[in-house]
Design a protein around this ligand. Structure first.
Ligand SMILES: Nc1nc2c(ncn2[C@@H]2O[C@H](COP(=O)(O)OP(=O)(O)OP(=O)(O)O)[C@@H](O)[C@H]2O)c(=O)[nH]1
Ligand SMILES: [Mg+2]
Length: 218
């Protein structure tokens, strides 16, 4: 979809920032993984975090694992697009990879919470597409949280308590999907992505394209 501006068949466009947020256990990470695996024009924004690496996680792929001192240095150097404390840890989005991707016409997917989303809405409202994922029911949310069992029971209990709080922020998002079925939800995210990519303001190569059309050049 994004190719050099001298390719007559494609319109140059600016990339978009696709945010997926949800309470813990609603299915956001699974949906994100599927979108990333099947769409070559969107990449994950890899956050920095002070939380310990979990078994199976890869540094640089899932997160940049840093200590508190490094995290604060990054804040002071202005290296974050947004940052927030989530549960007991700090999380932040490194700015440079996102800015480079957007100007190259590549989309970026963010798995971040409502606090980070609010900050992006302040700093980059035109590039932002916000999707909130809701679980189909409380029972299903509980079931999903306990079945993943990656964290201690204490952490799981904390997340459960926070879920209702997090869900109250659905109102700050552009699109809301109730995740009844992962495949269906992935399809819905894909259709949002397709539509958002076609927004006129993102197709920055349109004026040139139409100019050439009107000149009969192509
Ligand atoms: N604001 C902000 N939030 C982030 C960032 N990176 C991750 N998060 C959020 O921090 C929360 C905890 O993420 P993790 O520690 O990876 O734990 P998890 O098991 O994936 O948690 P859930 O995705 O909530 O189920 C999630 O809601 C993420 O969306 C970031 O850079 N900024
Ligand atoms: Mg997650």
């Amino acid at each position: 979809m994004t190719v050099s501006s001298n390719d007559p068949f494609h319109i140059k466009r600016r990339g978009l920032m696709l945010v997926l947020s949800s309470p813990s256990g609603a299915g956001k990470s699974t949906i994100a993984r599927e979108i990333l695996a099947t769409d070559p024009n969107i990449t994950l924004s890899v956050s920095a975090t002070t939380r310990p690496k979990r078994p199976g996680e890869v540094a640089g792929r899932d997160y940049h694992f840093v200590d508190k001192t490094d995290f604060n240095l990054m804040i002071n150097r202005g290296e974050f697009l947004e940052h927030a404390k989530v549960f007991d840890n700090y999380y932040g989005t490194p700015k440079k990879p996102v800015m480079d991707a957007l100007s190259d016409g590549h989309d970026v997917l963010f798995d971040i919470d409502w606090q980070g989303t609010q900050q992006l809405a302040e700093s980059a409202p035109d590039d932002l597409v916000r999707i909130f994922i809701l679980p189909p029911s409380t029972q299903e949310l509980e079931r999903r949280l306990y079945s993943r069992a990656q964290d201690s029971a204490e952490v799981v209990a904390k997340r459960m308590a926070k879920a209702s709080d997090e869900m109250s922020h659905y109102f700050e998002y552009d699109w809301v999907i109730v995740n009844h079925d992962i495949n269906e939800s992935v399809q819905l995210v894909r259709s949002i992505l397709t539509s958002e990519r076609l927004k006129r303001r993102r197709q920055v190569g349109l004026s040139d394209f139409v100019k050439r059309l009107r000149e009969g050049a192509d």
